[in-house]
Each structure stands twice: as C-alpha cells, then as structure tokens.
Ligand binder design. Structure first.
Ligand code: OXT
Ligand code: ADP
Ligand code: MG
Length: 578
C-alpha cells in the first residue's frame, strides 16, 4: 500500500491478517460484519478469500467448525466485539467439545478502556471469557505479531486433539501500519501444522495381543476416525481382522452402512456381549454409556460389564477417563491404524478370524432388527410418520451417496440415524457430543461451500428454528441445500396440553400447521409443502436435481414422536409418573 511517492510502502493490520490467512491456505471466512471488522470482510473478499456472511454468528461459528471437521484445516469464524463474540462462543465451545478445528477471530474494544472499565463501545474482556471455553486463546496487540498470532492459532486448532481457538484482535490493530516488506517477513507459513504422532511399537503390540486373544471382539468407530481421513486403512483393518464394527453417528459411512461387518443394527446386543472392544477415535462418554452399566452388561448402571478396552486416540489423557483402558494406543489414527496393519501383516500365523458363533449371533440379531425395520418402513400410514418419511430419505441417500446429510432434532435425529444408511465417509453431520440444536443451517451452508455437493438437511421443526433465518443465506449464495423440516408441531410431539386449561399452549407445542416452506419462498428459494411420502420423494428428487435452495415442509403425525427421541431415560422424571 503506497500512501505517496516519497513514503516507503506500508501495510496495515487488515492486510497482514488477510495475507497471513492466505499464506496458510485459508480460502474461506464464515462471519458477520460490523464494527470493527467490516473492512476486514471487504478487504478479504477483495483479496480473493470467499467471505460467507451469515445472519447470526452462532451459525457462522457452526459453519466454521464443520468446515474444520471436513477439511482438517481450521474453519474461520469472524465476529464483531462483545455481543457478536458471545454469539459465536457456543459454536466455539461446541467445536472444542467435538474436537473440530476452528478459529474464532473476533474484533474487540480498546484494551486501555476495557481494562479500566471506562465503558467503551461493546466493552468486554473477551480473551478472559473465551479461555475456559476453548483449547487455546490468544490476543495480538501489535501488527508485527499478527503472523505469530495466526500461526499459533492454526497450530493450536489442528495439532494433537483438534479444537476451537480464540484469536482476539482489538480494533486499533487493524489500522496499525508497518513497512510492507517487514510485514511480509513477519508472516509465518506454518510447517506441518498437525504433525503425525507415531504410536509406540510396544503399545501397538499390546493392543494386537489383546485383540488377537478376544473371543467376541468389537471395533467402535467414532468421529475422530472419520476426521482422520485414513479411510482406506481403517477399512483394511476392519476387513483384515474380520471384526464386527459399530459406527458412532458421525462415523456412519466410514465403511458403507450396508457392509456385512456392520453391527449397527445389533447395537444393544454387541455392546454387552463383546469381550474386547477397540475404540478408534471414539470416547467412552454418555453416548457409549461411559463404558459401563447395563448397556455393557453390568448389573447396575455403574457396574463394569467385564469388557477389556483398546483405545486408539491422539489424546493420552483420554484413556481411563471412564473405565480402565487395558491397551491405550496413543497417536494419530492414520499412523496407529497403519501400525496395527503392519503388525498384523508380520504375524506369521495370520490373523484369527472371530468365531462363527460370535458372527452368527450378531447376524441373527441384525437380520431380526433389519426385518423389523423393513416391515415398519413398508407401512404407509396417514398422516405420514417419521418412518414413512425416512424411508424416502433412505432411498434418496442411496441413489445420491455423495450428498451430505445434516441432521438435528430429537425423533427427527434418532430415527434418521438408524434408518438412513450412509455410504461414504464424512457425509453425515449432526448434533455431536452435546446433542446441540442449532447446528443445522450453519453446517448445511459450510458443507455446500466446502464440498460443492448437494446437501440435505433433515430437521426437526424445533431444531430448524434455532438457525432457520439462514435460509436467506442459502438463497443469497444460491447453495444446493434442500432443507426437509419434519413438522410435527413441536418439540418431540405436538400433542401436549396446558394442564391449567389457560390460554397458553404447552411449552413443547408450536403454531399448528406452520408453513416453513413459505420462509424459503420469501427469499426466492423453492418452498414445497408435502403430506405424503410420494410428494416428499418428488420434492427432494427435484431439489437434488436442480440444486436450487429448497425447503420442504413435511407434515409428520404430531403424535408419532417420543419424549427426547431415543434418550428419554436421560430426563430426570423418566420412569416416574408425570
Ligand atoms: O439394538 P437395538 O435393538 O437397541 O436397536 C438399535 C439398533 O440396533 C437399531 N438399528 C437398526 N435397525 C435396523 N436397521 C438398521 N440399519 C439399524 N441401525 C440401527 O436401531 C436402534 C437404535 O439404534 P442407535 O440409534 O444406533 O442406538 P441407540 O440405542 O439410540 O444409541 C444410543 C445413543 C445415545 C448413541 C443414540 O441414541 C444417540 O446418538 N443419541 C443422540 C441423541 C441426541 O443427541 N439428541 C439430541 C438432543 S435431545 C434434546 O436435548 C433436545 N432439545 C433440547 C435442546 C438442545 N438439545 N440444544 C439446545 C441448544 N437447546 C435445547 C430440543 C429443544 S431435542 C430438541 C428439539 C426436538 O424437537 P424437534 O422438533 O427438533 O424434533 P422432533 O423430536 O422430531 O420433534
Ligand atoms: P464419537 O462422538 O463419534 O464417539 P468423540 O468425539 O467422542 O467421537 O471422540 C473423538 C475422539 O477422536 C477424541 O477423543 C479425539 O481425541 C480423537 N481424535 C480426533 N482426531 C484424531 C486423530 N486425527 N487421531 C487420533 N485421534 C483423534
Ligand atoms: Mg418436532
């Protein structure tokens, strides 16, 4: 930037931030403009970065987080100070919880005024607030430190266990100038941002010995395994050992769900019956009943079921977090799985396939569950219910395996997970570790932007409401997103009544017969109202074919859902008379 012919060439904070991001291969920013970052969004766009502007920062943050999951590069979310920053924090925190790499870059007010609490515009000590909610937090005060700040943020987000990083950029920083050549020299192109972590050979051998001696082995694949992009080796490990596997929700499709070794349809049989369980990128948290209790064959909810565990994970602290891990293998999943495969191939006697008894018992359970499911799916009740609607979605994903399925809700989530088979890795994006509502439209936008593939978002009507305004964003960028709102008039069901007989409806009930399709039409997209599986099929097929922004309001029997879907038991009053 030259101010006049005499002056040396200068650069400023705006350009240094942009140049540092570009130098590190970051080509997209998800954000929402305003003081003090409006010009940053403009200049970033002018410099060739794609800037996707949202209607609420939480959705921009969710977009950044899932872009990080899909690409292994930190997704960038850019927000204004205090309220915009706070709006982005839920997504940052959720990214950290889910091990998704993202960087929340927020403009902030003047340090001198903030620290003396003199009441600056949008005053807030953002760094202090962000710190406990993310993996790392940094602030840059001087233009010459921007390169280091961004390099540190990138490394923190993607190295080791990935997570959310906060980068605080006070308003004054952007206008600071410095010599352009010195500025350029201060930038860092991060070398090897997520270094491989090779597992110790004895840890690998310990794991192989345990696995080899198992009578009823099981592999659990988690979203860490999906993130690792070691798809071919993971498949080879599963197939070479012949061990049945259970995919966690976002690991569905890592191997096709129709794979003969998938034990997904026998989940409640394999968990308590397995004697050795190998976790690959999955934590023994609530989604796996903490590795104990009745789900695992324990007598009471705290009892150990007797399984031995192998855990492959990049975080050495993860082992023993819930139950004893007999064989931890610490390293990145690509390296660990490759080492396991190497170990297997050197075993002179070959790998012993699991016993036919074990495999046969699983197949029997699977066949029974699949037949039961097929029977339910074949029904065509009026009004349409979750099953008959999802029978359609199942076919659509089967014929469009590259499409990305975003999914949130309670019943709308749980039924979709078990009914809709996935065929390719990282195609199912959902509420993750927290079961958080509101990821829908942010994930859908990012998935379309990052992959260019059609996106189908199956949304409970409540879930959709958390990010519904982003249909305007979908229309504005003309993204190939088809939102299917499973409209059952409320949270879980539309049938609750106010016991007092007063004028307010029950807390879980919405406006009956709402027309979410009109919302999409308001912004020039296609809105369709459907009440039958045939209409639903026609509308989704047209959306996928045309790639036009589409919202399908699918009317679902308002009595069909259960409280909290499949996790009714987590409600404190569950089992007691309400
Ligand atoms: O083995 P068994 O016999 O048990 O059978 C299992 C499988 O073997 C079988 N299966 C199959 N059978 C045949 N064929 C195939 N292919 C097959 N595959 C599987 O099916 C069963 C079930 O299998 P699954 O699913 O694998 O097993 P299971 O036992 O369910 O797994 C356990 C879990 C825990 C792993 C699983 O249930 C799971 O992943 N659950 C995630 C649940 C979750 O995260 N839910 C979201 C949160 S609920 C609640 O909190 C909501 N809120 C509150 C709220 C939230 N969350 N966030 C914020 C910011 N604010 C508030 C709200 C507001 S949900 C919600 C909105 C709800 O209303 P909506 O309108 O949006 O949604 P509707 O409910 O639709 O109205
Ligand atoms: P799920 O919900 O699918 O069970 P979790 O989010 O609980 O999955 O677990 C993911 C795990 O994967 C985390 O413990 C995380 O440390 C680990 N992980 C993420 N990326 C990698 C990687 N590249 N290599 C090894 N482990 C990883
Ligand atoms: Mg609902």
């Amino acid at each position: 930037m030259t101010t006049d012919t005499q002056s040396p060439e200068l650069t400023d904070g705006f350009h240094l931030v942009i140049d540092a991001l570009k130098l590190n291969g970051i080509d997209t920013i998800f954000g929402l403009p305003g003081i003090p970052i409006t010009d940053l969004t403009r200049k970033a766009q002018a410099a060739g970065i794609r800037v996707i502007s949202f209607r609420h920062e939480q959705n921009a943050g969710n977009a950044a987080a899932i872009a990080g999951f899909m690409t292994q590069k930190p997704g960038i979310c850019l927000t204004v100070s205090a309220p915009g920053f706070l709006n982005g924090l839920t997504a940052l925190s959720n990214a950290t919880t889910n091990c998704f790499p993202m960087i929340l870059i927020s403009g902030s007010s003047e340090r001198e005024i903030v620290d003396l609490q003199q009441g600056d515009y949008e005053e807030m000590d953002q760094l202090a607030i962000a710190k406990p909610l993310c993996k790392a937090a940094f602030r840059v005060l001087h233009a010459e430190d921007i390169g280091v700040g961004i390099a540190r943020a990138i490394r923190a987000a993607v190295s080791g266990r990935p997570g959310g990083v906060y980068l605080d950029l006070p308003a004054k920083l952007f206008a600071q100038t410095m010599d352009a050549a010195a500025g350029k020299a201060s930038l860092i192109q991060v070398v090897d941002p997520a270094p491989r972590q090779i597992p110790a050979p004895d840890a690998v051998q310990r794991a192989l010995n345990l696995l080899k001696g198992a009578k009823r082995p099981l592999i659990v694949l988690g979203k860490g395994a999906a993130y690792a992009q070691a798809d071919a080796d993971i498949r080879a490990l599963v197939e070479k050992t012949g061990i049945p596997y259970l995919p966690m929700s976002m690991a569905k499709g890592l191997l096709p769900d129709t794979h003969p070794q998938s034990a997904a349809a026998a989940r409640s049989y394999v968990l308590p019956e397995a004697d050795v369980v190998m976790l690959i990128g999955a934590r023994l948290n609530w989604l796996l009943s903490h590795g104990k209790g009745k789900t695992w064959g324990g007598k009471s909810h705290k009892d150990w079921g007797g399984q031995k565990f192998i855990q492959i994970d990049i975080s050495p602290q993860e082992a023993d977090s819930n139950v004893r891990i007999d064989a931890p293998v610490v390293g990145d999943i690509g390296s660990c799985v490759a080492a396991m495969l190497g170990g297997i191939s050197t075993m002179g006697s070959g790998w012993p396939k699991p016993s036919p008894d074990w495999l046969g018992a699983i197949d029997e359970r699977k066949d029974r569950n699949i037949a039961k499911m097929a029977e339910t799916l074949a029904k065509n009740p009026v009004p349409m219910n979750f099953h008959s609607a999802l029978n359609v979605m199942r076919d659509i994903i089967k014929t469009n395996p590259d499409a990305i399925l975003v999914n949130e809700g309670a019943n709308a989530l749980d039924f979709t997970r078990s009914i809709v088979d996935m065929y390719k890795p990282r195609k199912r994006l959902d509420v993750g570790t927290w079961g958080v509502m509101g990821i829908g439209m942010g994930f859908a936008v990012a998935a379309a932007v990052v992959s260019g593939q059609p996106v189908i978002a199956v949304e409970g009507d409540s879930a959709f409401g958390f990010s519904g305004m982003e249909v305007e964003t979908i229309c504005r960028y003309n993204l190939p997103v088809c939102v299917v709102v499973f409209n059952n008039n409320g949270v879980y069901r539309g049938t609750d009544v106010n016991p007092t007989g007063g004028p307010d409806v029950a807390p879980t009930v919405f406006v009956k017969g709402a027309r979410y399709d009109k919302l999409m039409e308001a912004f020039g997209g296609v809105g369709v109202h459907v009440t039958t599986p045939a209409e639903l099929r026609k509308a989704v097929e047209a959306a996928v074919r045309s790639r036009k922004p589409t919202l399908i309001n699918a009317v679902i029997d308002e009595t069909a859902g259960t409280e909290s879907g499949r996790i009714t038991s987590l409600n404190p009053t569950s089992g007691k008379k309400k």
